[in-house]
Ligand binder design. Sequence first.
Ligand code: GLN
Length: 556
Amino acid sequence: MKYVLVTGGVVSGLGKGVTASSIGVVLKACGLRVTSIKIDPYLNTDAGTMSPFEHGEVFVLDDGGEVDLDLGNYERFLDVTLTKDNNITTGKIFQFVIEKERKGDYLGKTVQVVPHITDAIKDWIESVAVIPVDGKEGPADVCVIELGGTVGDIESMPFIEALRQLSFSVGQDNFCLVHVSLIPVIGVVGEQKTKPTQHSVRELRALGLTPHLLACRSAQPLLENVKEKLSQFCHVPASNILNIHDVPNIWHIPLLLRNQNAHDAILKQLNLLSIAMPPALKDWTMMAETYDNLTNSVRIAMVGKYVGLTDSYLSVVKALLHACIACSVKPSIDWIAASDLEEDSAKLTPEAHAAAWETLKNAACVLVPGGFGDRGVRGMILAAKYARENNIPYLGICLGMQIAVIEFARSVLSLERADSNEFNANTPDPVVIFMPEGSRTHMGSTMRLGSRKDAIPYHQLYYCKTYVEERHRHRYEVNPEVIEVLEENGLKFVGKDETGKRMEILELPSHPFYVGVQFHPEFKSRPRRPSALFLGFILAATGKLEAHLKGHQNGI
Ligand code: GLN
């Protein structure tokens, strides 16, 4: 196994994840099989309990792993399916070591960070790196490891030490370190400053790790003399100093790396030049350029709870992008804080209320994404009602589907107090209820997580497919007892789980596009392979759905 380690210096938020996945894309384009591991040095066992407000979206994997959103970047960029073990956290490592200690596995020894924690990290990396993630058999050629945080953080020290040992044990030819750093511009003269990078490389060296390549983030392209200075002071050949300057969209990053021959430098370090091909990135280039040249846009109202930080819905944004590109339009997302649509807001913050409604009314379609807790729920219900009554395309994901059911029950069935048990345990009309897959009394996690097989007897967007396998992350579901009355009144459940008890897809056949799904189609959407539901949603918003479906029926 060959390892490419990506570390970060100077500040966080440099786009280390995108850089690491882009390196993977270029290596894959050279004909190599690539896997990836993301290390998050925080103490949480996984991202499942972290707030999207603070940490961005919780990404869900096929195996039910709730992981850092960077794993979503890897899955989308490399088109792979990762496992929960591809995300290592301090919490997981300590839990593993402490469990072993309790079992008596350390035979009376003092359990220490070095060697016990560091050994556990090394073993974990080496065993996960060989898990095939691209549908083929046998291990990948290269494993890209991204170390979260910034070099020098107290939390990442055990990982740095473990990686130092790993670099030594796997040998020179099997380890390549790419350090991502920032080149700021200071003052009116606009000079590109190398000192912060020099310091962070020095810090890395002091910890026993030597960077083979530098990936320097800057607003404008790096000047030649700045590169020379970096080379001299950081002890890295000028040909190994990459520059990632600002680009119109992130799909340009692999192209930027290829143009600077990053692959040659990495392959040389890993002694892979003889088996690699020149990078084939034709499709990728086309995708990046197509996006730049799109002129028409579609306005999408995104009505949610965590709209302050757009990373909270990263995969939904990417899935919209994939679908929009397939429809040759640019997504223009209008973020609406659901609570601003509510009546209370009309009294307390009238301007925000008016602005939210105006934005909603100007949008071509409405999306209510997943969420937890009752904040903003009333606003989401108003948005769903508005879309239903005005024939505006609506896509409700997870919570968004439950919202559609509550709204329909209240407005159409006149059950004014219809609700989800998540928001009101005592509602007389629980249309959404807690339906654990395991025992109700069983301790521990009750969330329905990961991939499930759902039957779709017939759905035009899925054409001839009879089932889908999509990822889930929820506790509550549509109450099976109310299905009959909802269906009699026009709300159809066109996708169910294999038992037929759990409702997975709903739609209003009388509406141009009113769809709710209990699963999260955004997690499996890929560039050039958009999710069928997102595609249908955007086609409906741009008035092309009918023609598209007819074309499909005629085999076009
Ligand atoms: N809060 C809802 C549930 O637990 C919806 C979850 C979600 O949208 N991911 O069922």
